[in-house]
Structure formats: C-alpha cells, structure tokens
Design a protein around this ligand. Structure first.
Ligand code: BGC
Length: 754
C-alpha cells in the first residue's frame, strides 16, 4: 500500500505523534487507523520465537506458542559458520512470517567480558570480529524473509547484575575496538531494521538517553536508518531520550510519557523537529514491515528441526579425545549417566526462552546407536545436593560398561537473564559424580551442557570431553551422531575457558561497586589478555578437535609492502590428513610487535570453515583491508594504521599458530601531533616530520658539560635517557644556551610544523 509518510506526518496531531513513541501492547506498536498504519508485532528472540499472546512477560515465565528452538547463540557462534547461522536466521524469519511477527528481537551481541555474565548463553563471543560476522549472517537470514531484526543490547551490557542502573565506565578506545565494533560492522553490513538500546549507562548516561551512542555514532557515523527501541523498561527520562535519538519505548508506559512529551513540546523543552524525526523513523519501518508481510505463511516443523540438528552438530566442540576414545563403536556397552541425559538442558532462561515444537529424547537417540545401555541418574536434576545413593548406582553402571558417558554442566538456575553467576564452578553433585565415576571407569567421556565456561578440576581424569553447550531442541539426535561418528565434530570455542576464574582479566572489576563498573582491563578481553600476559588457559579461544586432522602449508601473501588503502590477499593450503571427512576452521590473526600504542599480541581478522574429504587439499583465501590493521586513535577519534611491519598468522586456535608471514604497511595518513612543554624527546624521535628540530635540540645537549658529552661512549644509555626527557627539562641538561625563549620558539615551530 502506497503511503506518503511526509504527508501523514504533516497531518498527525501532537497527541498522535507523542502516543506513537510508545508501544500498544507488550510486544506491539501503535497503529494509526485514520492513515492506514497498522500495529506491528515483535517477539523474542534470538534463537527461536517466543510469541506470547495473552500473558506476555519479560522473563519468559509464561508459555509461548510452540516454535523451533534452535541452539542459542553461544552454541551457534562455535560453528564459525556464516552460512549456517544465516540459514538459521532464514528459518527464524519464516516462522516469524507464519506467526505474524514483524520484528524478531535479536541478535544479542554483547561481548563476553566475564564468563560469569548470566546471559552469556545468549551472546556470541569474546571477540568483536567473530561477533560481527555471525551477527551479520543472522540479520541477513532473518531479514531476507521480510522480517526485521533488533540488534541488541546497545551498548556495553556485559553483565546482568545491576543491569538496570549500572554505569559502565569504559575508555574511548576500548569502547570502540571491543564493545562497539561488532555493532558497527553489523549495522553497516546488514542494516538491521531496529536496534535495541541497553538498560545500563555508559560513561554516566543511560543508553536510552545517550546521544553520543544513539545519534552521533549509530546514525551519523554508521548510517543506521531504522528505529531504536528501548530494552523493555529501559527508559528513564522519556523527553531526554527523544532528544538523544530513542524512538520507541517498550513496553508501553500508558499515557504518562505521552503526556510528558506533549508538555515538553508545548513548553518549548522539546523541539517538534526532534519528535517528527522519531515518528518518521517509526512510520518508515512499520510501513516496511507491513508491506513485507506474507499471507498464509507456514513452516515445515520437520525441516526446521533438521536445521536445528545441523546447527547443533556443527557447533559442538570436542575438547579432549585421549587415545581416540571417540567416536564410540556402534553396539558398545554403554553406561549413560546424568539426569541431563533424560531431562535435557538445551537452552537458557529468561526472555529468550522458547517453547520447542518438538524435543529430542537423548536416551532414545543414543539407543538408536546401541542397545546395550545402562542408564543412571547420578544426581537429582534440579538440585546441587549430592545424593550418595545415586552416585553409587552410577558407579555400578559405569563399572560394568565399556565406556561411561556422563551428561553434566550447569542447571537452569545457574545462568539466566537478570543475574550473574557468583563463581565458575559446576554444581557440587555434578563434580562429585564425574570424580566418582572416573574412579571405576577410565573410559569416561563427559558431555557438558552449559551456556558459559566452567572450571574443570576433573579434566585430567576423563578421556573425552565434548562441550555441547546448549544444543536446542534437536540436541539429542545431534549428540548421538557425534558420539558414534555419524557426524564429525567441527565446532571451535568462540570464547576462552580460563583454568580458573581468577585468571579472567575482568575478575577484580566484576560486577563493579557502588553503581558502576570500571572496564580497567581495557582492550585485554579474552584471548587478547591470556595471549599477551602468557597465561595458559584451560582451553584457548578458537580451539576444537575433530575425528580427523589437518595440515597447513604454503601460506602466501600477494604483496610484502602496501599502503593502508590497499588490501592484502592471503592464501593457505589446508589438507585433511586423517581418515574421515571433516571440517577445519582456519583462523587468521594480525599483530604488530613494535607499536606506538598498547596492542594485544594478536587479534582475529578472518576465519573460514572448510570441508575436506580424507586426503583432500583446498586453498583458503582471505582479504585483509585497512580495518584489519588499524587501531582506534583517540587523538583523531578515528581508525588509524601505523606504518610498520605487521604479522599475519594462520592458526588452528589462538594458541596454535601454524604459519606466519609479514607485510610492511605504509600509512597514507599522518596524525598531527600537538607538542607541549611536557612532550618528550622520544615523541620527537618517532615523528618523521620533526627530524630537523630534534637534531637542533640534540645540539644543545652536545656541548661542553651537557648531558651527551658525558655519554659519548654509551649511545644506548644516551638514547634511553633522551627518550624520556621532557622538552622543558632540556634546559637543565644542556649547556645553558637552551632557555625558555628557545623552548617557546621550538614549540611554535613544532606545532606549526615548519
Ligand atoms: C531483555 C531483552 C528482551 C526484552 C523483551 C528484556 O528484559 O533484556 O533482550 O528482548 O526483555 O522480552
């Protein structure tokens, strides 16, 4: 239907405009009957639809319409597979159309700063590049079906404790490089229809009224042209929020905020132009959504279940496989242990909770592979309490089998939206069970069902370990195929598993104090920290085994020198040297050794997942552009590539670099340096434009009795001393000819660059 939004806006009353800024029901926007503008409906998200009709609530406590429960984002991210996540997104889009949902409230892409964040199961990774790639694929998939997404939670919502009031204090470079760059890339590449602002404050301002985030960065810099919706209940000051760029308040606040908006306009505290912009943005997306609705849409439950199964299989991570205990032989004698094998843990809790269309029975799926199963609960499913009789029964079963498979992990109450974990341990009864079973059965394999890393004091006692994360509704079929080799595991960790919680860089500053949290670890999140500090994690970022193995050879760069305006093509040959077809996730990291700014040792800038038959070899290629080498410079407030040599590393995990080459990059930009009397001679040494003035100053330090006259025999010491010397200190070390007037003259020339 053709609608002239400009005309509608000009005919709307102030009351209508103000009312439009808030929802109609818990999950829908207001319609404007007299202009033919319908109400559109939204739904959580992200890994399935939580379409609630009559009894809508934020925390997923009330049941929703049945829909496919795909594996949550923590699981999907470990697939490192853009095509797969796009497919899942597409399937979600199809279900949205079938259930009349116009906007799916996802993907959730906050960075995993701490393993304790209660909602990590719903987020993708600790790495912004991987986050951005997966988020884009998800958005492309959903939106290809004519359904909008809501990229959330913008920004720096990296914990659940105090999320409604917390002030996140983070420096500009860290904010840009770590916490915003996933949003940036996803917005620019995939243009989500909406963005959801977070509950928390960033540097003193609620995200819902943060003009710097919502207008200066999101819209003016990145070109976002959809609408911004508040997280549910995130609006503190409605009028300020409109000025800052927040369009839709959800859930509706009744008429109270409508009245406030009307009064603010009438009293001249809010310009009508600001309100018009908000209504214009809302109308455009609502009209787009209404026009994209498909009639009589439906989905194929079986087909979507098999997409969910593929997603789970592609994402599980094989972390340990001593003496090739896996895959299991069909018809082996198996002790299947752990109540989670009977009542699976396959998704997280809170607003993302999905009512699955069907749910695999793990026990039955495993029974399809071997009939010789003895099952034992081992622990009570919903408590932490150790039950000695259940453990005894489990040991008995394990003792008489060839192999024991123990399903363990975190129970629902451990991780949820709304609060964080106080520690990184598994429930006491799960730990004890594993310890006791491994005493009687050396062939023990643990399958972990959890949404975030756990400590594993028992790791040395088990032969096999699969991090299955939360597998979605088809978890049962997927894990059975993986355990028995009908599928080859091919996921890798999208986050580091620290050996213990105290090794995590945010440990001391999590969850904060007195209403704020300081991101003091700066850029050094996840592998950026462990790598740079040389702290061995339990399992590194990007790590995962398969039932086959791969060899990397022939890394080549298409140039050895280039400018920051060119791009670099990198290629590597990967060969499957094992006996089973499988997939390898090849990772490309970039680092710079002698940087003028503090940088992590290396950062992920590319990845590809490739399928290889036994003996097959393929070449995988990457293209690295300016952003792959840049850091965010806070003097120019922009991305900048320093001139110099960059390391390019092909790796199988963050700790397993297989091949390395280097490239020299010449910067085409110069950062104009402002010199003050406290600038150092070191700054001058590193500034190629100031060689002449540097030499001039050195002249004052060379004369009789001056600093350098005593250091003639020791140039290294001389350089060290000069580097740290402030310009205003030269006087004290010179032969006195260098006075205040000389300094002022030099500063004038330095800052004019002549
Ligand atoms: C969550 C959002 C969710 C919204 C609506 C909030 O509590 O933080 O992610 O989309 O509720 O259910």
């Amino acid at each position: 239907m053709e609608r002239n939004i400009k005309k509608i806006l000009s005919q709307m009353t102030l009351e209508e405009k103000a009312a439009m800024c808030s929802g109609d029901s818990f999950f829908s926007t207001k319609g404007l009957k007299r202009f033919g503008i319908p109400s559109i409906s939204m739904s959580d998200g992200p890994h399935g639809l939580r379409k609630q009709d009559d009894s809508a609530d934020i925390l997923g406590l009330n049941a929703s319409t049945k829909a496919t429960c795909f594996p949550p984002e923590v699981t999907l991210a470990s697939s490192f597979d853009r095509r797969l996540i796009q497919n899942v997104g597409k399937a979600l889009g199809v279900e949205c159309q079938a259930l009349g949902v116009s906007i799916l409230l996802g993907p959730a892409i906050n960075i995993k700063r701490s393993p304790l964040c209660g909602r990590n199961f719903e987020y993708l990774s600790e790495d912004p590049y991987l986050t951005a790639e997966m988020a884009s694929a998800y958005i492309d998939g959903v939106q290809s079906e004519g359904v909008g997404t809501s990229l959330k939670h913008f920004a720096a919502n990296n914990q659940e404790d105090f999320r409604l009031s917390l002030d996140v204090r983070v420096d500009e470079r860290t904010l840009r490089e770590i916490y915003l760059s996933g949003f940036e890339a996803a917005v620019i590449k995939s243009q989500p229809w909406t963005v959801m602002c977070a509950y928390n404050k960033v540097n003193g301002h609620y995200c819902s009224e943060n003009k710097y985030l919502l207008s200066d960065i999101l819209r003016d810099e990145w070109g976002f042209d959809g609408f911004v919706v508040s997280d549910w209940g995130a609006v503190a000051h409605r009028v300020k929020a409109i000025d800052a760029g927040l369009d839709l308040e959800m859930p509706p606040s009744g008429r109270q905020n409508t009245i406030k908006i009307i009064q603010a306009v009438q009293e001249g505290r809010l310009g009508i132009a600001s309100l018009d912009k908000v209504v214009d943005r809302l109308l455009r997306i609502i009209v787009k959504a209404a026009d994209s609705k498909k009639q009589n849409a439906s989905w194929d439950i079986v087909k979507h279940h098999s997409i969910a199964k593929e997603a789970a299989m592609e994402s599980m991570v094989l972390l340990k496989n001593d003496q090739k205990i896996l895959p299991l032989k069909k018809d082996c004698d198996l002790a299947l242990i752990g109540a989670m094998a009977k009542i699976p843990r396959y998704q997280g809790a809170g607003s993302s909770h999905v009512n699955p269309s069907v749910l695999d029975d793990i026990y039955e799926e495993i029974k399809k592979k071997t009939n010789n199963i003895t099952y034992a609960d081992g622990y009570e499913r919903y408590t932490d309490r150790v039950d000695e009789s259940l453990i005894k029964e489990a040991k008995e079963a394990a003792l008489h089998a060839d192999t024991a498979i123990v399903f363990a992990g975190l129970t629902e109450e451990y991780e949820s939206e709304g609060y964080d974990r106080p520690h990184m341990r598994m429930p006491e009864n799960h730990i004890r069970l594993i310890e006791e079973v491994t005493k009687v059965q050396e062939n023990t394999v643990v399958v972990l069902c959890n949404g975030a890393p756990v400590e594993m004091p028992w790791i040395g006692n088990v032969r096999g370990l699969i991090e299955a994360y939360l597998g979605g509704q088809a978890f049962g079929g997927a894990i059975a195929d993986i355990l028995f080799g009908d599928a080859n595991p091919c996921g890798k960790l999208a986050e580091t598993f620290p050996a213990r919680l105290s090794h995590n860089p945010s440990h001391i500053n999590f969850p904060g104090e007195q209403g704020h949290v300081d991101y003091k670890e700066g850029l050094f999140i996840g592998y950026r920290y462990y790598d740079t500090k040389q702290i061995a994690p339990l399992f590194p970022f990007g790590y995962g085994l398969t039932y086959t193995s791969f060899v990397y050879t022939g890394m080549s760069l298409d140039k050895t020198r280039m400018t920051d305006e060119e791009s670099l093509q990198v290629s590597i040959n990967i060969k499957n040297v094992g006996e089973m077809a499988g997939k390898e996730i090849v990772q490309l990291y970039v680092g710079k050794r002698d940087s003028n700014v503090i940088r992590p040792v290396k950062e992920l800038k590319g990845f590809e997942k490739i399928y290889l038959e036994p003996g097959e070899e393929k070449t995988v290629t990457f293209s690295l552009g300016k952003r792959s080498f840049a850091y965010y410079d806070t003097t120019i407030h922009d991305w900048f590539v320093e001139s110099g040599v960059y390391r390019v590393m092909a790796a199988s995990s963050a700790e397993d670099i297989r091949l390395e080459e280097s490239v020299y990059i010449e910067s085409t930009e110069r950062i104009t340096h402002t010199y003050t009397r406290y600038s150092t001679l070191g700054e001058l040494m590193d500034d190629p434009d100031q060689k002449r003035i540097y030499e001039e100053i050195i002249g004052y330090l060379r004369g009789e009795g001056a600093l350098l006259s005593n250091l003639n025999d020791n140039p290294k010491m001389a350089e060290g001393m000069l580097r740290g010397m402030a310009l205003c200190s030269v006087y004290g070390f010179s032969n006195t000819a260098f006075d205040e007037e000389t300094l002022q003259d030099i500063l004038r020339r330095l800052n004019k660059n002549d």
